[in-house]
Design a protein around this ligand. Structure first.
Ligand SMILES: NC(=O)c1ccc[n+]([C@@H]2O[C@H](COP(=O)([O-])OP(=O)(O)OC[C@H]3O[C@@H](n4cnc5c(N)ncnc54)[C@H](OP(=O)(O)O)[C@@H]3O)[C@@H](O)[C@H]2O)c1
Length: 265
């Protein structure tokens, strides 16, 4: 809680897309906010909007989460006063075969999706668990249930987020803690994600696209219910179910056909 007795949320990747949508949704629900991303002007513009529209107290914390110094700055901010909700959302995609894509980009992806999520979660739980309240949403993906050519590091890092969040869920339950954790696993969602990747959105048929507001609402409703995995939309829940029950060989063959059709490699 802040000095004004309002809940406080820290959101990474808040300068665009799903992160900015979380910021708007949480401000409208009475949260004060700490917004993290690299683009300072974007964060400041959003902060002004949320202060004017919702009377939220919004702090901007520009930081590159692939960078040790940036990450330390956010860890230190989490320590005091600790947020009631941490949303580990920052992320990006790449395309191209693993061995042909630049190693530097793969390395940055692991730092942002894995190392930053792990370290910020550790910093937050160090305060939330003794306090007995708090919640963490780790933004994963439907890709976290799959493996796909052209998407090797992305799927692998999102698998890690799913396994990490499930492990924490079990540890918190077995410790009798009220702190909640969630892995939010959206499918294709309108945001800047595909622009940053340089991907043509029209390769994915329109019915597969989700609005970020829909994704964020599903996450916050799932959090109320204490759901571990939130997969927004019936269509994507069926995809995840199919991935889980198909025999491995068939699943791999179907994935290769799909990736070729969607020119994902
Ligand atoms: N859109 C989809 O189809 C989709 C589907 C499933 C899962 N997701 C996941 O949803 C999350 C949000 O993505 P989005 O769709 O909202 O994409 P987006 O619109 O491109 O937003 C990505 C956010 O992450 C931030 N970010 C990226 N690298 C960063 C770094 N090194 N340090 C700090 N911040 C960084 C960006 O801010 P700056 O550039 O200002 O740093 C931006 O605010 C990601 O984890 C993504 O994997 C997206």
């Amino acid at each position: 809680m802040t000095a004004r007795n309002r809940p406080l949320a820290l959101i990474t990747g808040a300068s665009a897309g799903i992160g900015a949508t979380f910021a708007r949704a949480l401000a409208s629900r009475g949260y004060d906010l700490i917004l993290v991303a690299r683009r300072r002007e974007r964060l400041e513009e959003l902060a002004r909007e949320l202060e004017a529209r919702h009377g939220a107290c919004v702090e901007t914390l520009p930081a590159d989460l692939a960078d040790d110094a940036g990450l330390r700055k956010v860890e230190e901010r989490i320590a005091s006063p600790a947020p009631d909700l941490l949303v580990n959302n920052a992320g990006f995609g790449t395309h191209g075969r693993f061995w042909e894509a630049p190693l530097e980009t793969q390395d940055r992806m692991h730092r942002v999706h894995v190392i930053a999520t792990m370290r910020l979660t550790h910093a937050a739980l160090a305060v939330m668990v003794p306090r007995g309240t708090g919640a963490i949403i780790n933004v994963s993906s439907v890709a976290g249930f799959a493996a796909s050519p052209g998407n090797v590091s992305y799927c692998a890092t999102k698998h890690w987020i799913n396994a990490f969040t499930e492990g924490l869920y079990l540890e918190l339950k077995s410790a009798g803690s009220q702190v909640k954790v969630q892995a939010l696993c959206p499918g294709f969602t309108y945001s800047e994600f595909h622009d940053v990747m340089g991907r043509d959105r029209s390769l994915i048929p329109q019915p597969w696209w989700l609005q970020p507001e829909y994704v964020v609402n599903a996450s916050l409703e799932g959090l109320e219910r204490g759901e571990l995995f939130v997969v927004p939309s019936f269509r994507y829940r069926m995809v995840v179910r199919a991935i889980r029950i198909l025999p491995d060989g068939l699943r791999r063959r179907l994935t290769q056909v799909y990736a070729r059709r969607r020119k994902l490699e």
